[in-house]
Write a protein that binds this ligand. Sequence first.
Ligand SMILES: [Zn+2]
Length: 296
Amino acid sequence: MDIGRPGNDPATGIIGRFAPSPTGDLHFGSLLAALASFCDARHQRGQWLLRIDDIDEPRSVPGSADAIQRTLERYGFHWDGPVRWQSNRQERYVEALSSLVESGLIFACDCSRRSLPTGQVYPGRCRHRRVSDLPVMHHALRLSLSGTVYFDDAIQGVQRFDLAVDVGDSIVWRRDGLVSYALACAVDDADQVTHVVRGADLLEGTGVQLGIIEALGLTPPIYAHLPVAVNTDGDKLSKHSRAPAISELEPVAVLQRAWQVLGQAPLTSGSVGEFWSEAIPAWDIRRVPQQRRCVV
Ligand SMILES: [Zn+2]
C-alpha cells in the first residue's frame, strides 16, 4: 500500500510543505507541524513538499537532514518530488534582494546587537543609508516596511500587523553574507507552495514574510498556525529544552498522541499504514485548538 497518497492529485493546485531546519533530530513539536501540514495537504488531495531550511550553515548539525528524512519515512510520511534545499536557492534569493534594492526599500545597517534596545523593533537608526547597488560588504541589509498587513489564519483567525510598529525594519541579508530566514522562507513559500501550516511561534514572522512577499509582488500562501508544544515548565519543545528525539519512539503511539493534541477525533489504527489511511480523510483543521501554546 502506498501510504499517504490517497488520490494525491496535482490538478488540485494545492501544495503544502514541511520545512525543518537541520539543527537536530525531530522532536514532538516538529512532528505536530509535519503531521498537520501533511494531513492538511493530503486531505485536500494536494501535494506535500519536504524542504530543508539549511541556509543558516553555522547552526546546521551534520547528519541531521538525513536523520530527519529517515524519521519521517519511518513515520510513514511521503513527500512529492525531490527534497528542496534552501542552500540550492542562493541565486533566487539574490534576485529577490536585488528587486527589493531596486524598489528603494533596502538600507545598510551596522548597528551592533548590543547597541539596539532589546525587546523592541529596530529604531530606524540607519534608514538614511539607502542601498542602490549590490553587493554591500560587512553590513546587514534591512528592509524598510510600512503599512498594515492582514491575513486570515486558518486556525488563529484574522491577524493584523502594523509593519512599522509591530515588525520594524527587518534584516533580509545578514552581516555574515547569508540570506535571512525571513527572506528565504518568504520567497520559497511564495514560489513553491499554496498552504503553510506551522507553529504559532512563527506567527510574528509571518507579518515580516507577508511584508516581503508584498514588496516583491508575489502571491502569498494561505497560513495556518498551530499551537506550539511546550513542556510543563512552559518551554517550547526543542533541542534547547532537551525534548527527546522521536526517532527512538514507537511511531503509532507518537502519531496518535500528536493527533490528539491537534484536537482531532480519536482513531483506532494499530499500524502506521492504518493511521494514515484513517487520519487523512478524517483531518479537520477546524478542530485544531485556537491557542498559541499547548502543554504536552
Ligand atoms: Zn542600524
